[in-house]
Design a protein around this ligand. Structure first.
Ligand code: OSB
Ligand code: MG
Length: 368
């Protein structure tokens, strides 16, 4: 396969409800979609970078720049036997995983479409229905939080994750546990604590959490080793894991017992599968994280979640939780059992709605 044309589009969509984490609040999403044309077939990908460098160093602007000025010149018109060769071809570029992940995933979609195969099968996925949890942002009041959790449970979602930060941690977790004694419950701190806070985090153990996601520094694997020694609750790393080497260090040093894999954070399917395989060999379960994606990124998360070791419910949920109208057809829907049925059409299995995408495109650049 050859990459003959790469279209970059920035789309803008308001979230149905603003999403607040320990690092900020998002109301309007800006997302970079890439359309990669290979041998007459279009594959689609999404850069999951945020508007600002607050979750990870990349932003919409940096992914655009790296894709146009560095990735495109490296990949254009080169012959590849399969999409599995794309990631190694970008290895000379250090970091910028979200930019790499966008084009890499688009070419996997293109290859699957060329072969007339669902992407999840090309990747070696093993399940046709994936278990889903929800990620709930920081709310104004405990009543609002409890009401939101009630609705998500009624919709079928299998586990609840809430965002926490210092001062808004014990009370929300306690009210949820009192109201819902038996649900699968976890928290995500997005690096809001320091190792010295460990006695405070230890108090969360009274509420039987499935895991505590990324409590400490975004690039600080070592402090998580110290923290995990002091906690019985498993730590799950998100922000800290950008490469297979990070995953190996974190697991073998004892920094975590669970890993959240995000395609964009690790740079695409090739590194995601390697981390998945490494975790499987070390008996570390994984799950697929979310980045408030449009339907394109969402479809890729569904394909990734079909791999064998994605045994825990991920943050992959219905389109309508985020968007009044998504950019794919059909939209992503969740069953009353809190699962998503994996589509069996070729590629990502959801059709990009070009009319809708054009209508919300703020800028576009075609590289050919
Ligand atoms: O830490 O998992 C995270 C959203 C933006 C940035 C980071 C995170 C999140 C979420 C939302 O938790 C997951 C979703 O897309 O539903
Ligand atoms: Mg997280």
């Amino acid at each position: 396969m050859k990459l003959q044309k790469l279209s970059l589009r920035e789309i803008r969509m308001p979230l149905v409800t603003p999403f607040e984490t320990s690092f900020g609040r998002v109301t309007n999403r800006r997302m970079l979609l890439v359309e990669a044309e290979s041998d007459g077939v279009s594959g689609w990908g999404e850069s999951v970078a945020g508007e600002g460098p607050f979750y990870a160093p990349e932003t919409v602007e940096t992914t655009w720049l790296i894709l146009r000025d560095f990735i495109w010149p490296l990949l254009k018109d080169r012959h590849f036997n399969s999409a599995a060769e794309i990631w190694p071809a970008m290895e000379t570029i250090r970091g910028h995983n979200m930019a790499k992940g966008a084009v890499e995933s688009a070419l996997w979609d293109a290859e699957a479409k060329q072969k007339g195969t669902p992407l999840w099968q090309l990747l070696g996925g093993v399940r046709q229905e994936i278990p889903c949890g929800v990620s709930i942002g920081i709310k104004e009041s405990l009543e609002e939080l409890v009401g939101t959790v009630e609705r998500e449970l009624a919709a079928g979602y299998q586990r609840i994750k809430i965002k926490i930060k210092p001062g808004l941690d014990l009370a929300p977790v306690e009210s949820l546990r009192l109201r819902f004694p038996r649900i699968k419950l976890m928290v995500d701190a997005n690096s809001a604590y320091r190792l010295e806070d460990w006695p405070h985090l230890k108090r969360l153990e009274a509420y039987y959490l499935m895991m505590i996601e990324q409590p400490l520094g975004w690039d600080d694997i070592f402090s998580h080793v110290e923290l995990q020694r002091r906690l019985d609750t498993p730590i799950c790393l998100d922000e800290c894991i950008h490469t297979e080497e990070h995953a190996r260090a974190a697991i073998d040093l004892g920094a975590c017992r669970i890993i959240n894999i995000k395609l964009g954070r690790v740079g695409g399917y090739t590194p995601a599968r390697r981390i998945h395989d490494l975790c499987r060999s070390r008996q570390i379960p994984v799950w697929c994280g979310g980045m408030l994606e449009s339907g394109i990124g969402r479809a890729h998360n569904i394909a990734l979640s079909t791999l064998e070791n994605f045994t825990l419910p991920g943050d992959v949920t219905a389109s309508r939780r985020y968007w009044v109208e998504d950019v794919i057809d059909p939209e992503v829907v969740v069953t009353p059992q809190g699962t998503i049925r994996v589509p069996d059409g070729p590629g990502i299995g959801y059709r990009p709605r070009l009319d809708r995408i054009e209508a919300i495109t703020a800028r576009k650049e075609i590289l050919a």
